[in-house]
Write a protein that binds this ligand. Structure first.
Ligand code: HPA
Ligand code: ZN
Length: 326
């Protein structure tokens, strides 16, 4: 209908996207064949049927298994270029994407192979589609502080291609405080910082992301709404939240889209943005995430525009670059 066409046409940014989570089953099969890797699925339908999760860990188990087909530079290129092709179709003109180097280096894939493939595709995305991008290196929080330090050291030769560091994977039991020293070092090296917080974890984890990791943006942040002092702080500081509606639904953080908190976040003056997280696993890219919330929350055109504008304003682009996009 009218609002859906409006969303399709509207220029957008995506700020919360795990590139490994954009691996579609078709490409997973093609890469498994190309690299002679066994996967425990016989058909694309079997893969899709396996994508039924009751929490974050359920999803992560299958997400790490899925990325095992990525071995060569060309694999990372194909993965990233497929995502950018989709973004061009959806009028997404700027992307800030996460990658999980430890998901690959721990399988023996060199850091350089991963980042070379991803950034070659990002360069082509700019040349062919005019899509601008930033790259964010995520540390896997279920692994040790030492492993994160080691990954940061491996990233330093490529620092000119990496804008920020982030924190993802299993949140419960792995609070931001575990990585305070790693983030301190990363910030001293000139990286910006983000962290997943308040996806499943309590408001305390959001405070830690702000106070100990000194994040420039919060990924998810849903559970911050449980703490009124925290809401006031986020509203006053206008620290952006990269909200992922379909992800919240598929991982059962939100059991009914009509109860999704994104409208409430806007009403509270929080700088919320709309993102897809892991589109292949959660059933939708950016436009489908917008479609899901307009249907269930009866958002107005003004609210939709506000969310899209927030995406550009919360990006890590320069003020001049932002002005050109808004
Ligand atoms: N949460 C935490 N870690 C992740 C996610 C997520 O949604 N996707 C990929 N890694
Ligand atoms: Zn995420």
């Amino acid at each position: 209908d009218d609002l859906k066409r409006f969303i399709q046409k509207m220029p957008k940014a995506e700020l919360h996207l795990h590139i490994e989570g954009s691996l579609e089953p078709e490409l997973m099969f093609a890469l498994a064949k190309r690299n002679d890797i066994e996967i425990p699925f016989a058909t694309v339908q079997e893969v899709r049927d396996a994508y039924s999760f009751s929490n974050l860990q359920d999803f992560l188990d299958i997400y790490y298994q899925g990325m095992s087909v990525l071995l060569k530079e060309q694999d990372f290129y194909d993965l990233t270029f497929a995502y950018l092709t989709k973004m061009q179709e959806q009028n997404v003109i700027h992307v800030e994407i996460f990658f999980d180097p430890q998901g690959h280096t721990d399988r023996g894939v060199p850091f350089a192979t991963v980042i070379d493939g991803i950034t070659r595709a990002l360069d082509d995305g700019l040349a062919k589609f005019g899509i601008t991008s930033k790259l964010i290196l995520c540390f896997l929080r279920h692994l040790s502080e030492d492993a994160a330090f080691d990954t940061l050291a491996q990233a330093l030769p490529f620092r000119d291609r990496i804008t920020a560091v982030g924190l993802d994977s299993s949140e419960m039991g792995h609070p931001p405080s575990k990585f305070a020293r790693v983030f301190e070092k990363a910030k001293a090296e000139g990286f910006l910082a983000v962290a997943h917080a308040g996806e499943e974890g309590p408001p305390e984890y959001v405070y830690e992301a702000l106070d100990l990791l000194k994040v420039d943006r919060l990924d998810h942040g849903n559970r911050a709404l449980e703490d009124t002092a925290l809401v006031t702080r986020l509203a006053d500081s206008q620290i952006a939240l990269t909200v992922c509606p379909l992800s919240n639904y598929k991982l059962a953080g939100v059991t009914d889209m009509r109860a999704h908190p994104i409208k409430k976040m806007l009403d509270l003056g929080l700088k919320a943005t709309v993102n897809s997280d892991d589109p292949s696993y959660f059933g939708g890219y950016v436009n489908e995430n917008y479609d899901a919330i307009i249907e269930s929350l009866s958002l107005t055109k003004a609210e939709i525009l506000k969310l899209a504008r927030n995406g550009f304003e919360a990006s890590f682009c320069s003020e001049k670059e932002k002005q050109a996009m808004i």
